[in-house]
Write a protein that binds this ligand. Structure first.
Ligand SMILES: Nc1ncnc2c1ncn2[C@@H]1O[C@H](COP(=O)(O)OP(=O)(O)OP(=O)(O)O)[C@@H](O)[C@H]1O
Length: 310
């Protein structure tokens, strides 16, 4: 994780997390979209906010950006309360979402000029560089751009204000594989390497695998798991138990009752060493126990799949 660049913006507390969410609740009428979500996004991380459709990702992000008031709990972005200091949050965060409205009649260069006029700390060289990287036509009207080009333009505009934190809602949605790779390369190659924090939502595991170093898995408005991606892979393991003789059915069933075993035959999570000890200590002549790390896809499915889905 990269260090925070101290002292760049005097009023921003440099200590603490980039995003801190506690018991967040967001309702739409009687529909609860975010249900007591607590989460910490470390500074300098590339945090992938992963969840299936309808999990509550956009509702969380809207609340972080101050577009929606929470019905419960609290959230701080760069040390600023998202309700009390929403203008400060919006001024300091680079934001892009799939539904961001751009002024369709403007040209690319005109909208850059407009954003520059509105920004406290616009970096035109950086914007020009990324417009070049993406090959965006400066004189083209926005309505003539493809969906992917609009997403790329949004990223350029989000970066233009030199934010310490980028919040991106489904940034690669609608991009073809080549455009997606170029987009992610910019994110991780330049943005994250400069020590900026990137928080992006996605339902694409491949995006997380490509760039994230930290992940949070959300479903039904609740955070099911979060942490360093490598640690997660390390602590979520598939165990293979080899018996000398075919064990009776009750032995297989009783494996399921071991602490922290999620599912026999497929996956376990929790205290890996305790699981391994428990497996070795079986009454039926175990001669070997080995384990392999789960893929992120396995972990994701294990968390989001309901019992009834199996
Ligand atoms: N304006 C709204 N009115 C009513 N319900 C809503 C509204 N916006 C979202 N919801 C509901 O809240 C839940 C969470 O939606 P949200 O858009 O936050 O999920 P998401 O994880 O971003 O989903 P997706 O990946 O499909 O964009 C869903 O059940 C959705 O139907």
């Amino acid at each position: 994780m990269a260090d925070v660049r101290a002292g760049e913006v005097a009023s921003v507390p440099e200590e603490g997390a980039a995003i801190e969410v506690e018991d967040l609740v967001v309702n739409y009428g009687r529909k609860r979209a975010v249900d007591g979500l607590s989460m910490t996004v470390p500074r300098g991380s590339v945090y992938g906010f992963l969840g299936p459709n309808g999990a509550g990702k956009t509702s969380t992000i809207k609340t972080l950006m101050g577009f929606r008031k929470p019905n419960g709990g609290s959230a701080k972005v760069l040390g600023h309360d998202v309700v009390e200091e929403s203008l400060e949050v919006r001024a300091r965060v680079g934001f892009a979402s799939e539904v961001n409205s751009l002024y369709e009649g403007m040209t690319v260069s005109r909208i850059c000029a407009l954003c520059r006029d509105l920004s406290r700390s616009w970096d035109q060289d950086l914007v020009d560089r990324y417009i070049g990287v993406f090959g965006l036509p400066a004189d083209a009207r926005i309505r003539k751009l493809s969906k992917g080009q609009k997403a790329q333009l949004q990223l350029c505009l989000a970066l233009g204000g030199s934010p310490d934190l980028l919040i991106l809602d489904e940034p690669t949605s609608g991009l073809d594989p080549v455009a997606r790779r170029a987009f992610l390369k910019v994110l991780v190659g330049d943005v994250a390497a400069e020590g900026r924090t990137v928080f992006f939502s996605t339902h694409l595991l491949s995006d997380i695998e490509a760039v994230a170093d930290t992940v949070g898995i959300i479903k039904g408005g609740k955070l099911l798991a979060s942490g360093d991606l490598d640690d997660m892979r390390e602590t979520h393991r598939v165990f293979r138990v080899v018996y000398a003789d075919t064990p009776p059915e009750e032995e297989v069933r009783s494996l399921q009752t071991l602490p922290d075993v999620k599912e026999v035959e497929r996956e376990g999570r929790g205290d890996v060493e305790a699981v391994e000890r428990g497996l070795r200590d079986r009454p039926h002549s175990v001669i070997d126990v080995d384990s392999t790390g789960m893929t992120l896809e396995d972990i994701f499915v294990a968390y989001v799949e309901d019992e009834g889905d199996r």
